[in-house]
Design a protein around this ligand. Structure first.
Ligand SMILES: *Cc1c(COP(=O)(O)O)cnc(C)c1O
Length: 340
């Protein structure tokens, strides 16, 4: 089986398991796990922030980041297909009392006019006050699209004068960095808090990191424990993250090339099914209308696992466990199915 459902399906490599098995550990609730601390410091440094917090999931890193910026009853603005509003089961509302309003953009990009229109900081006693804007880079459900750096800079300039703050859901920020060459810290410094995943394209079995100012991260550490997600000898997991940072960042370029190869093969037989200009990283979205369910089923019969992410939309994601050979085979199977 070639599993293109998500880049979360990767299994730790032998070298990663070796790094995990020799990791130095301690009790992280006592802040005594040296490997966890090393990971937190390293990721914070890469993102241009003071401190980091290792979390079990990207969703938790997002909840902890957003809660440090948005008080209960205040609002967060984001794009309508953002993971924070679509794929975290309402966690921001259920656990933190955060409300949301959204804008829509075909590429999932920041729409500066929409933010300007929606934003109501210090709205007084009748309307909900806007406290923060969340941006997803790359944008998952929009197809792994990269946020233009200029527009992120313009967003910072727009929100700064009114005291609205910025959270970056950078689950796949590594992919944006590799695709554009923009240093991670150039993205990271534009935001008050940044969440990144180690368990997507980087191939670690578990884990995300929230980065931000030291005081916000100290508070996030308390909330992580309060929500039941403090952990003990987590250095075995942090070691996988450190190994991934050493060995699995630059190779994301291979995933991007494999995604492009599949997208181009599909476009050759069915140009309407894929917008090649939107294939910027490791995600390919096929818009195949009422053929979606049949395509997913037939591809699975032929050994290619895919998934739907909306009506008529089939998503393919390349990753560490998809070789160039696998990508060629997937491209062949999918273009045969779409040609018929
Ligand atoms: C995967 C993902 C997350 C976090 O997911 P978890 O499964 O909670 O680790 C957050 N944002 C985006 C855009 C993602 O793709």
């Amino acid at each position: 089986m070639i599993d293109l459902r998500s880049d979360t399906v990767t299994r730790p490599t032998a070298a990663m398991l070796a790094a995990m098995s020799t990791a130095e550990t301690g009790d992280d609730v006592y802040a005594e796990d040296p490997t966890v601390r090393a990971l937190e410091e390293r990721v914070a440094g890469l993102l241009g922030h003071e401190a980091g917090l290792f979390t079990v999931s990207g969703s938790l890193a997002n909840v902890l980041g957003v809660r440090s910026l948005v008080a209960p009853g205040q609002e967060l603005l984001c794009e309508e297909r953002a993971h924070v509003v679509r794929a975290e089961l309402g966690a921001h509302a259920v656990t933190q009392g955060v409300t949301t309003r959204t804008w829509a953009d075909p590429r999932g990009h920041v729409d500066l006019d929409a933010v300007r229109r929606l934003m109501t900081p210090d709205a007084g006693p009748y309307l909900v006050s806007t406290a923060a804007v969340a941006v997803e880079n790359t944008h998952n459900f929009a197809g792994g699209t990269v946020q233009p750096l200029d527009s992120l800079r313009a967003l910072r300039s727009l929100v700064d004068p009114v005291g609205v703050r910025l959270h970056l859901d950078g689950a796949r920020l590594w992919n944006a960095h590799v695709a554009t060459g923009v240093p991670l810290a150039d993205y990271g410094r534009l935001f008050d808090t940044v969440a990144v995943c180690l368990s997507k394209g980087l191939g670690a079995p578990v884990g995300s990191v929230l980065a931000g100012p030291a005081a916000a991260i100290a508070e996030a550490r308390v909330w992580r424990k309060r929500l039941g997600a403090g952990w003990r000898q987590a250095g075995v997991l942090a070691a996988a993250g450190l190994h991934a940072l050493d060995h699995h960042v630059d190779r994301l370029a291979d995933d991007h090339a494999n995604a492009r190869l599949i997208a181009e093969a599909v476009a050759t037989v069915d140009p309407a099914a894929v917008d090649l200009s939107a294939v910027e990283t490791n995600v390919v979205i096929l818009d195949v209308g009422d053929r979606a369910a049949a395509l997913v089923a037939a591809a699975a019969d032929a050994g290619i696992l895919t998934g739907t992410v909306g009506p008529g939309l089939v998503r393919l994601i390349t990753h560490l466990d998809v070789s160039a050979e696998d990508a060629k085979r997937a491209a062949g199977v999918l273009s045969d199915l779409l040609r018929d």
